[in-house]
Design a protein around this ligand. Structure first.
Ligand code: ZN
Length: 249
């Protein structure tokens, strides 16, 4: 066995780690991009508050109606009593009779006013009841959408988490095959370069930054040496996607 394939094996092992790291990056990005329903939850909360306010307006109007109906009842009772006094023959004093007439007139005006108010409240309650029903419907629809969204989120999160765990296990296995110092170097570069510490040479260019890779660099990589891009400092790999095949060399 010559030294060269051994050296190539080092780069191949590191390349395998890089491939897994890229997949891990992608999986973690997908995980953090998942919609956990926060916006929809906030929308639902707003709708709940609006529905509570609508219900409160309806209850207040209903209470006002009860109050006005009670006042009407009281006024009618008093009116009947005055009518009995006025027409019952018990009171004969003209001055007293005039006072009773006046009182009766005041009760009639009060009744008119109360009846107008009650009719207006009927209309108001009808429209408030519609608003209340509509607001409840909005909340119910949002709650259902939120339930589905959260369930989807949980399912997707479980799925990606399982995927990440499997990738991490495989990555650990692959990384164990790479010399510790080289792995540290690679990880240091990856930390500086958006998680990508090793790139393929594609058509004479660095697959990371598109900088020209001088032919002598390509030869050294072909020989299995650890060579980094002059511009982005990533470790260069040959025989990646789109690059000339190494087998012919
Ligand atoms: Zn580069």
């Amino acid at each position: 066995m010559s030294v060269e394939p051994q050296e190539h094996a080092v780069l191949d092992a590191l390349w395998a780690v890089q491939q897994l790291d890229t997949r891990l990056l992608d999986a973690r990005a997908r995980l953090s991009a998942l919609d956990d329903g926060a916006a929809l939850r906030a929308e639902t909360e707003t709708a709940r508050a609006a529905a509570a306010a609508a219900a409160e307006r309806l209850h207040r109007a209903q209470a006002a109606l009860r109050d006005q109906e009670l006042q009407l009842q009281t006024t009618e009772t008093k009116q009947k009593k005055v009518q009995a006094d006025l027409y019952g023959g018990r009171v004969t004093n003209p001055k007293e009779l005039a006072a009773l007439e006046e009182e009766l007139g005041a009760f009639a005006r009060a009744r008119d006013h109360l009846e107008d108010r009650i009719l207006a409240l009927f209309d108001q309650i009808e429209s408030l009841r519609r608003e209340d029903t509509e607001a409840r419907g909005t909340v119910a629809a949002l709650e259902e959408r939120l339930r589905v969204r959260v369930a989807d989120f949980e399912a997707a999160r479980r799925e990606i988490t399982v995927e990440i765990e499997a990738l991490e296990a495989e990555r650990a296995e692959r990384a164990a095959a790479v010399e510790a110092r080289l792995l540290r170097k690679y990880e240091g570069i990856a930390a500086q370069q958006a998680g990508v510490g090793m790139v393929a040479i594609i058509g004479g260019f660095c697959g990371g930054c598109r900088n020209d890779v001088p032919p002598q660099f390509v030869s050294r990589v072909r020989d299995g040496q650890v060579v980094t891009c002059e511009r982005c400092h990533r470790i260069l790999y040959l025989n990646g996607p789109g690059s000339p095949s190494r087998s012919g060399a």
